[in-house]
Design a protein around this ligand. Structure first.
Ligand SMILES: Nc1nc2c(ncn2[C@@H]2O[C@H](COP(=O)(O)OP(=O)(O)OP(=O)(O)O)[C@@H](O)[C@H]2O)c(=O)[nH]1
Ligand SMILES: [Mg+2]
Length: 198
């Protein structure tokens, strides 16, 4: 059994790798939902109500959506045999928070870019921010029931996705699907540093 370090302010078993990742994507694509679905701790949320007064500065609201993230989400998930702890930072989705997203990306080892196929073009800004920050990413296509079911080839083309970037299909409300996306990202991040067993 792994031992706990007692000298110093450490709370993870020896040998545990902690990985900071960021969940990005356009307004209302499901970032907060994803962190809530997969986090093993009660997630930190910074939701504020969408109001009539905000209509001139907020992007178009998604039907039925009443709140929006104004700073970030935070959650944690242990993977594999307990040797990997993923700290998840959910970014705010609206364009006017781009500078906040740049700050959240500091120190991130990787990112999940959530895509809604009804608004593919809204993902380009997130991908641009990641390329600017040199943070590796995996595309997670969040499958809404009324969204067009494009093939991977079409999506890769629409996103100008480099061949080495993985693309997975998820439902942000389902834990197994979100976990598979996290594993795909962590595998991609840790591959250069050695093997990662799910
Ligand atoms: N049908 C369906 N609905 C989803 C899915 N994921 C999220 N939703 C719903 O879509 C809405 C948007 O979810 P949020 O998680 O707040 O989106 P967000 O990306 O965090 O939004 P911002 O922080 O405002 O950018 C919510 O009403 C969710 O219940 C999904 O996979 N399928
Ligand atoms: Mg959110």
């Amino acid at each position: 059994m792994a031992s706990i370090v007692s000298d110093g302010p450490q709370y993870l078993p020896m040998g545990t790798r902690s990985v900071k990742i960021v969940i990005l994507g356009a307004f209302g694509v499901g970032k907060t939902t994803l962190v809530q679905t997969i986090s093993e701790i009660a997630p930190l949320q910074t939701e504020e109500r969408l109001t009539q007064a905000g209509q001139s500065v907020d992007d178009l609201p998604v039907a039925g959506k009443t709140t929006t993230t104004v700073a970030m989400d935070f959650g944690r998930r242990t993977l594999g045999d307990g040797s990997i702890v993923v700290y998840m930072f959910g970014a705010p989705g609206q364009d006017r928070f781009a500078q906040t997203v740049r700050l959240i990306l500091e120190g991130a080892l990787g990112a999940l870019v959530m895509v809604d196929t009804r608004h593919i073009e809204q993902s380009w800004d997130s991908i641009g921010l990641l390329e600017e920050a040199s943070v590796p990413y995996v595309i997670a296509v969040n499958q809404f029931s009324d969204a067009p079911p494009y093939s991977e080839a079409i999506l890769r083309d629409a996103l100008s996705l480099p061949r080495d970037r993985p693309l997975v299909y998820i439902d942000a409300r389902h834990i197994h699907s979100v976990k598979a996306a996290l594993v795909a990202l962590v595998t991609d991040i840790l591959r250069p540093m050695g093997n990662f067993t799910r």
